[in-house]
Every structure is written in structure tokens, then in C-alpha cells.
Design a protein around this ligand. Structure first.
Ligand SMILES: [Zn+2]
Length: 227
């Protein structure tokens, strides 16, 4: 059955908190945008600390953005690129989990954006903001980027799974928490065989942070996991 042929693997900022500070601020580099498949483009994190992979999944009617980058400035840059890619289509937003480098740029997306969050992710708000304080205390660059950051509430909350029609392209959001955090969400683009795993699968240890994720990122197919 359908094996994920492309897996967007993240690097966890918290896991690398003890590494030396980077020479530059943790900015999402929009110029690094690359096409992954027919409907998916990504800005890879390139293993930069406190930077997340950013995804853009485009159907004929809407573009779904996966993760925002750290704080309002990164969120604004990601939104500007999303708007350009959308070309007038609706913009949807989802966070793989409630951690500052993944979702605390959400406020820079305008009110017309539809944000999806799993219920357990939404409930992780206080922890998200607490981690932001930790990041800020450990890095002046992070503190600058996180200044004024607020948690964007969900426009659409779901309990376990939610399918989104982007126009000729269906995307499935599935809540897999608690695992890496209390509210991890994976994003599956079935037509393209692309999975955004968030930090459930990372280059940093641990490589796989939930047995469920191991099933879909390892040798077992998505279809068998769904059984
Ligand atoms: Zn994480």
C-alpha cells in the first residue's frame, strides 16, 4: 500500500537547547523554498536551531500552511510567501505542535486565515508560552523574535482526525498526542505521498517519539497504521 515517499523530518529546538548559539537569528529562509511534489513545497529547516520546516500544500481552492516559524516576524514572512503562492486562494494554517518555533508566528496571519488545531494541541497553550520564555531566556535572538508573540487560537478544532478539501486535493490531519508534546498533529497528503511528521520524527534524538509515528515513518504503510 501507500508508503510515504517523502517525509518532512524536523529538528527539535528544545532537544538542542544545549548546543552553541547559532551565528545568526533563527529566521525562516523563504528564499530556500523548494518543490517536494506536485502539490507540496517546503522551506527546509536545514537543521538550524529553533527553525522548523515550513510546508505549503496547494489545491485548486486553498493553500494549507504547515507551521509558522518562531515568532511574529517569521510568521509574517511565511504568510507573505503563502499569500504569493495562494494567488487569491484561501489560506489555511496548521501547526504540527504547540511549540514556539512551530506555531508562535500564527498571529501574523490575518483574521481571514482558518487555523486548525487538535483539541489537545489547543490545550497546550500555557506550555507553549512557557517554553517561549525558556527560549527567550537562553537566546537574545530568540527573545527578540518572540517579543509580543501570542498563541493563535483555533478556528477549527478537531479531536482525532480531520480531512480538509483544498480543491481537488484532500489532506488529512491526525492528532497523535501525547507523544513529543501533548498535542502532536501529522499532516498527510495522500495524493503526493507526503507526510509532515512534525517532531515525531527528528534527526536529533530520539528519532521517533511515538510508536504510532514509527508505524507510519518506518516500514509499515499508512494504510496498515490506519487499521
Ligand atoms: Zn518540537
Amino acid at each position: 500500500m501507500a508508503l510515504a515517499t517523502a517525509l518532512v523530518v524536523a529538528l527539535d529546538g528544545a532537544a538542542l537547547a544545549q548546543t552553541p548559539p547559532p551565528p545568526s537569528a533563527p529566521l525562516v529562509k523563504v528564499e530556500d523554498l523548494q518543490r517536494l511534489s506536485a502539490h507540496v513545497q517546503v522551506i527546509p529547516d536545514k537543521s538550524a536551531r529553533l527553525v522548523s520546516n515550513i510546508g505549503f500544500i496547494a489545491g485548486s481552492r486553498a493553500v494549507l500552511v504547515v507551521d509558522t516559524g518562531l515568532g511574529p516576524r517569521n510568521g509574517a514572512a511565511v504568510h507573505a510567501l503563502a499569500k504569493k503562492l495562494a494567488g487569491g486562494k484561501a489560506i489555511y494554517l496548521v501547526a504540527t505542535h504547540a511549540r514556539p518555533e512551530h506555531d508562535l508566528g500564527g498571529q501574523s496571519f490575518p483574521a481571514g486565515t482558518t487555523m486548525f488545531r487538535s483539541a489537545d494541541q489547543a490545550a497546550n497553550k500555557d506550555n507553549d508560552l512557557a517554553v517561549a520564555k525558556t527560549f527567550s531566556a537562553g537566546s537574545p535572538a530568540a527573545a527578540e523574535l518572540l517579543a509580543g508573540a501570542v498563541f493563535r487560537e483555533a478556528d477549527v478544532a478537531f479531536a482525532n482526525s480531520r480531512r480538509i478539501d483544498l480543491g481537488g486535493l484532500w489532506v488529512t490531519l491526525t492528532a497523535l498526542g501525547p507523544a513529543h508534546t501533548a498535542g502532536d498533529t501529522i499532516v498527510w497528503v495522500e495524493d503526493d505521498r507526503v507526510l509532515f511528521s512534525g517532531d515525531l520524527a527528528m534527526k536529533a534524538q530520539p528519532a521517533i517519539t511515538t510508536p504510532k509515528a514509527a508505524c507510519i515513518t518506518g516500514a509499515t504503510s499508512w494504510a496498515s497504521w490506519r487499521r
